[in-house]
Design a protein around this ligand. Structure first.
Ligand SMILES: Nc1ncnc2c1ncn2[C@@H]1O[C@H](COP(=O)(O)OP(=O)(O)OP(=O)(O)O)[C@@H](O)[C@H]1O
Ligand SMILES: [Mg+2]
Length: 332
């Protein structure tokens, strides 16, 4: 079954064609980062307008790269939420119109289920059940996954998401927006032992997180010590990253052991972080757990993960209504 997936929840216009839920034939992601960069964050009104401009060319490119004609598509899936309402509406309305005009089944997909299912777009995906850490710009949570669509929340951040903390620390260090990747690059050249930050909730048994304290710690350090040169930026970035990665890694592996799962995974934009990938891979192999992390391209927002989830619903005959609406917030 060939599914056209569409993702416009934030500042990427994405379309993909996925075969039978697991094989991406194409995945196009058009980023708006240059438009939002001068403002230091995503401007919702600009994001919606850019999605309107980009959606048709991006879908064309996805079909072309897949070597598929629109008439061969058998189902459509689009992100329904969570995200920016104006952005979501562009992709969601496009998907409805495409499905209606081609007389195809279609479904609105939860963006977070999309991220979790991104591990199935890689060879050697985890068997069920497994425990997954979703770590992105808006979410940081641990789930127990028993099927593609049966996902139980075990714990989540009580304040900021880890990606949000990376973005804020980037601003504090004068590294601009978006911040995760550049903070990671700086951290890789710094000494993580020079500046130590607290590891909130590390001693707690449950799987909740808190990142606003680390963020405030970085701010206080900069206020009191100032930033003398680039080597200090690197050391602060490294100290911050190490604190975040320690907490994420400890909680994920602890949750997997507690649920007797031999397989774990990390998904979402922050899963592209090299230090997080390396640390969790090392620690997991030390205690005999297998870790699954999608390639960096599939960690950030993409439409292949949305098409993949759509396939699992459409296969079971679960469809969306043409009158259905998008939602800005939603849980699993
Ligand atoms: N190499 C990296 N190291 C750390 N963080 C990173 C890296 N690359 C990207 N990020 C962070 O990932 C986040 C973006 O991830 P993603 O696109 O999944 O989030 P989102 O879609 O905005 O939020 P959500 O999925 O929660 O709705 C940003 O906060 C970004 O800073
Ligand atoms: Mg996302």
């Amino acid at each position: 079954m060939l599914i056209l997936g569409i993702e416009t929840s934030c500042d990427e216009t994405a379309a993909a064609v996925v075969k039978d839920g697991f094989t991406p034939l194409s995945s196009i992601v058009s980023s708006q980062v240059d438009i939002h960069h001068p403002f230091g964050g995503v401007v919702p009104e600009l994001a919606s307008r850019k999605h309107i401009e980009a959606i048709v060319p991006v879908v064309h490119e996805a079909l072309e790269n897949a070597g598929v004609h629109a008439s061969q598509i058998q189902g459509v899936a689009a992100t329904q939420g969570p995200g920016l309402v104006g952005s979501l509406l562009v992709g969601f309305s496009f998907a409805k119109a495409f499905a209606y005009s081609m007389d195809l089944p279609w479904i609105g997909v939860n963006h977070l289920e999309g991220h979790i299912n991104s591990v199935f777009l890689e060879p050697d995906p985890p068997p069920f059940p497994f425990v997954v850490l979703l770590v992105s710009g808006g979410h940081t949570a641990i789930y127990h996954v028993t099927s593609h669509t049966d996902i139980e929340l075990m714990g989540q951040t009580r304040d900021d998401a880890a990606g949000e903390a990376f973005d804020k620390v980037s601003k504090m260090l004068g590294l601009g927006y978006p911040g995760g990747r550049v903070v990671g690059e700086m951290a890789a050249k710094g000494d993580p032992g020079k500046v130590k930050f607290k590891r909130p909730y590390l001693d707690k048994k449950e799987y909740d997180f808190s990142f606003s304290g680390i963020k405030t710690g970085v701010n206080r350090y900069i206020q009191s010590m100032g930033i003398a040169d680039e080597s200090q930026i690197r050391d602060i970035a490294a100290g911050f990253q190490e604190a975040v990665v320690d907490v994420l890694s400890y909680k994920l592996l602890h949750a997997a052991r507690q649920r007797n799962c031999d397989h774990t995974a990390i998904v979402g934009g922050v899963a592209a972080n090299t230090r997080l990938r390396d640390k969790v891979t090392d620690e997991a192999s030390r205690i005999g757990l297998e870790i699954h992390i999608p390639s960096p391209d599939l960690c950030g927002d993409n439409a292949a993960m949305i098409a993949s989830v759509g396939f699992h619903y459409l296969k079971r005959g679960i469809l969306s209504d043409l009158r259905s609406d998008v939602y800005s917030r939603v849980k699993i």
